[in-house]
Every structure is written in C-alpha cells, then in structure tokens.
Ligand binder design. Structure first.
Ligand code: TXA
Ligand code: MG
Length: 345
C-alpha cells in the first residue's frame, strides 16, 4: 500500500519528509514534487531500487534516468572530467530546471545510466525535493512520475490517479511551477548540445557559455530515432485522444479548427481545443485555454492533455506556438504528443 503525505513547501513537516526518506534509504520508490514535474525517485546507487522505477513506469531499460542531488559537490562523486563550462552552468542555473550529462564514475550503476558511460545530473530547486534528497542522504534517480509514454504529471490529483498503488510513497506538494521537464544539456563534448529543450533556453545558455548545439533530430519526425537522449526516441506525452497541431495565420487557424470541430461532432466524436487565452472565445467544442504567456502554456500543457482524457475527448486540436525561447520546449512536447501530425490551415 502506498504511503501518501501532503506537505506544504512553505512550511515543511520534517517528520513527514523523514518517513519518505526512510523508504528511499531502504531501497523503495517515492514520488515527490519538483519545480518541473513530479518525479518517481529511488536510490540512484542501488540497482535493485532503480529496477523498481523501471517497473513502476513500464519504462524501457535502455532509457537512462536523471540523478538528483541536493548539493553541487555531489557531482564530483558521480562524474569525472567536469569541464569549466559545466561548472559555469551549474553555478548559474542550479538549483533549477537544467540537467547536465557528464562522463560517469563507476559508482553509478549501468542500470541507472541505461547502459551508457555518461550520467545525467540535476539539482532541483523545489524545497520538498531538496529536503527529501538531503534527508535520504543518497543521490536520487527520478524520471517523471508518469506511466511510460503518458504526459508527465504536474498536479496532485494526476499523480494520485496514475500512481497510487504502484510506488511505496507519494508526497503531494501542490502544482509544479514550470510544468515541462528540465532542459537536458550534454556537456561531454567541446560544444555542449541540448538533447531536450526546457525552460532554460538555448538563448540563455549561449549568453553564458557561447556556442550551444541543438540535437538536430529534435524537431524532425524523420530523425526522431537518431535522438541522442534515448528518451526522446519513444512515442511520448500521448493522451488517449488523437492530437493534431493546426498551423497557419491566426484567423485561418480559428476557422480551420472550428470547421474540423463541426465535422467531428457531426460524426459523434468528442472534440477538444487547446489555445492561447486571447483566442478562447473564438472556438467551439470543449475549449481549454493554455494561458496568456508561453510560460503559462508550458506550465499547463501536460495537465491539460490529462484533463482532455478525463473528459473522454477523442480528438484534440491545438494552436501552434513559436519555436523560440520556452516555445521550443512547448513545441517539442506538443509535436511528440501529436505524433508529429500537423494540419495546415
Ligand atoms: O525535469 C525533469 O528532468 C524531471 C524531474 C523529475 O526532475 N525528470 C525527467 O526524467 O524528466 P525523465 O526520465 O522523464 O527524462 C530524462 C531524459 C530522457 O529523455 C533520457 O533519455 C535523458 O533524459 N537522459 C538521461 N540520462 C541521459 C544520458 N546519460 N545521456 C543522454 N540522455 C540522458
Ligand atoms: Mg519522462
């Protein structure tokens, strides 16, 4: 049976944290909130504990996990050849929503690294995540707390509904701020490469460390299988509904989506629309606003996909977003959840 605790991040009950830290120390799995999405954690250095993560998620064993730490110095226990650029990134953006890939030391089991010689490391800023990692006293491997392939949970209700009974502990700590998973930056090469875009953007990174590449496979369906982050190869972020992105100028998109909604409803299909708040009134069907700004869209995207499923929606039409800044991360997730299906308006 899963032990579930509700903890306020502004008033942390250390007794409750200790309960879950103990589960982690004993080799069990615990879900906890981070500033990006909820994570499903276990002791990163204990192979048997890590296997429980793969099992709970139904995750392929060649998809490596991110190791979460609570202090920067732990990096040097886990990784070697840490470059000056990597140090700069850690100093500037940690704690926070960026993960760096480094050459791993032997202490990190291959089960954690998905068989690779590298390890992905992140220091989260969420107070509950920090407290539970610190109290556990070991680095914590934690993928997003969804069943493999589903949208990542960012809200308490979604975590409970999907994961109660599949893990030893769940800490409920409110909504996740960013709502999209961390930027993954490979720092094992001379020119660092973004393997997964997130809310810390290419533009921000380039300001700090100069040239940064973007894994070229990220935005093209044909190249998807070549992705350097194993997790980016799989079908992902998919709700039960069939998702389409409708692209074109704003007026044409509104008209196209409304035509499609009408056709589908006539055929007895339940249709959902995801859009910017300013267009909310223009659509028919079940319309959910993703927010006013790109930051809000990022924060609401996954929870909206899950809400669409709860409403038994068959087909979702989404507006498209600009591929710059956080928009790059939003479009990366949206394209994957749509299986790259785009309709031109
Ligand atoms: O925001 C986040 O990063 C969340 C929270 C819980 O911290 N975690 C998360 O983990 O998104 P996960 O497992 O869902 O995604 C990790 C991604 C996958 O695409 C995986 O393939 C990639 O990072 N990755 C992990 N280790 C890697 C490595 N050594 N080399 C390349 N890619 C790696
Ligand atoms: Mg994930």
């Amino acid at each position: 049976k899963t032990i579930i605790s509700k903890i306020e991040s502004e008033n942390i009950d250390i007794k409750e944290i200790e309960k879950h830290a103990k589960l982690l120390k004993e080799g069990n799995t615990v879900i906890f909130p981070t500033e990006t999405v909820y994570g499903l954690g276990a002791n990163a250095l204990d192979e048997n504990a890590v296997k429980k993560i793969y099992k709970a998620k139904g995750r392929p064993s060649d998809n490596p996990l991110i190791v979460h730490i609570s202090e920067e110095k732990e990096v040097y226990d886990l990784a070697k050849n840490v470059s000056e650029k990597a140090k700069k990134v850690m100093q500037e953006f940690w704690p926070g929503p960026i993960t760096i890939v480094l050459n791993k030391k032997d202490i990190v089991p291959k089960t954690t690294s998905g068989g690779l010689d590298t390890v992905a490391i992140r220091m989260p800023s969420h107070k509950i995540a920090q407290a539970v990692i610190k109290e556990a006293g070991v680095p914590i491997a934690a993928p997003s707390a969804n069943i493999s392939g589903r949208p990542s949970p960012t809200k308490e209700a979604h975590v409970r509904e999907e994961m109660d009974g599949r893990v030893s502990g769940i800490i409920l700590g409110g909504d996740c701020n960013f709502g999209l998973e961390s930027t993954v930056l490979d720092m094992t090469e001379e020119v660092p490469m973004i393997l997964r875009p997130g809310s810390i953007t290419k533009e921000e990174l380039e300001k700090l460390i100069g040239e940064v590449n973007l894994d070229p496979s990220l935005e093209k369906k044909e190249d998807n299988k070549k992705a350097k982050a194993p997790g980016m190869k799989y079908t992902h972020y998919s709700p039960n509904a069939d998702v389409y992105i409708v692209s074109g100028n704003s007026e044409d998109v509104v008209q196209k989506i409304n035509d499609l909604v009408r056709q589908n409803e006539n055929n007895g299909l339940k249709t959902g629309v995801m859009c910017l708040n300013k267009n909310y009134e223009k659509y028919n069907g079940l319309v959910i606003s993703l927010g006013e700004t790109l930051e809000e869209v990022g924060s609401n995207l996954f929870s909206t996909l899950i809400e669409m499923d709860k409403n038994k929606i068959d087909i979702i039409y989404s507006e498209e977003f600009p591929v710059s800044g956080v928009g790059r991360a939003i479009m990366n997730r949206l394209l994957k959840s749509a299986g790259y299906k785009i309709i031109k308006a």
